[in-house]
Design a protein around this ligand. Sequence first.
Ligand code: OGA
Length: 364
Amino acid sequence: MGSNGTFLDNEEAPTYAPSIPVPNVQELVRKDPFQVPQRYVRKVEDRPKDTDTSYLSSFIPVIDLSLLLMGNNEELNKLDLACREWGFFQVVNHGVAKQVSQKMKDAAAEFFKLSLEEKNKYAMPSDDIQGYGHAYVVSEDQILDWSDALILLVHPSHYRKLKFWPNSPKGIQEIIKEYSNAIRKVATELFQSFSLIMGMDKEALLGLHKQLVQAYRVNYYPPCSKPDQVLGVSPHSDTSTITILMQEDDVCGLQIKNNNEWVPVNPIPDALVVNVGDVFEIWSNGKYKSVEQRAVANYSKARISYASFLFPHDEVEIEPPSHMVDSKTKQQLYKKVRYGEYLRSSMNEKMEGKAHTQMAKIEG
Ligand code: OGA
């Protein structure tokens, strides 16, 4: 931080947590599509069940961002309900040009088609989370996720470590920047409405971040011959303020916890999926829910998903503002924590539901 309390433009990119190197899943499947090593097989109780809950997907709220921007009260109420009851919603009329999303999808698909040797030019080192590889692996006996990922810090621009940004296919770096800028605009517009439903001025939520940091994670889920025994991503809640996910229109995978049931988030063409992260839950003193999510694997098709995480600067101390604490019961559910500490402590554990949120909780 600078002496005048602002964050410096030449501040170095933060480093995050170490992760143990593990095999590349796409390569494993390429060598033998029928092998599912024991390290990926979940305990019976953690496996996806075959009860069909997909009809519940249609209850997940759909929010029209263009209505929010016009100050439509009904849409604002819908947003409030979505964040309270689901912690998830899909956004339509979000303003991200179809051509930009399509370019992103085409470039990512090309990147994952490259040989392992090519992709490994951007391999994630064991002491960081940027690059191509796997994060959140903290022990040799941990059950592994059926996926590989490319993880980059995209904003502020001086946090970018370009050695991890692919050079191939041609133009992919520009596409990542263009897509991320478009998503950042959606996030800041959503923040205005979130501020309003929290009873604050339009710009207040953005202001609380001091510096709005943005990370990008492109997940590659190879097909799996035993999709009922593995998970693409372990159950977890996000450590961000919000996450904005673009999924493919024709392959399902994302599931969210609602009323103790795993509900699939079936893709709506061109919509973005937004979820409340832990920071938003803390700032709202638990009014808005950062719910657990996971991804399941697919028998025949690979799936790529594009997650943008928006979160505060490391030095920001997060706690519920006094007006969010119920004036009758005065029950404050979260104590003050430095965000950088919260984030790193969560990364040093394996992803396990909401276990990592414990460090910010006030014991009741
Ligand atoms: C993630 C995540 C879900 C998905 O990247 O953290 O939860 O559908 N992704 O890929």
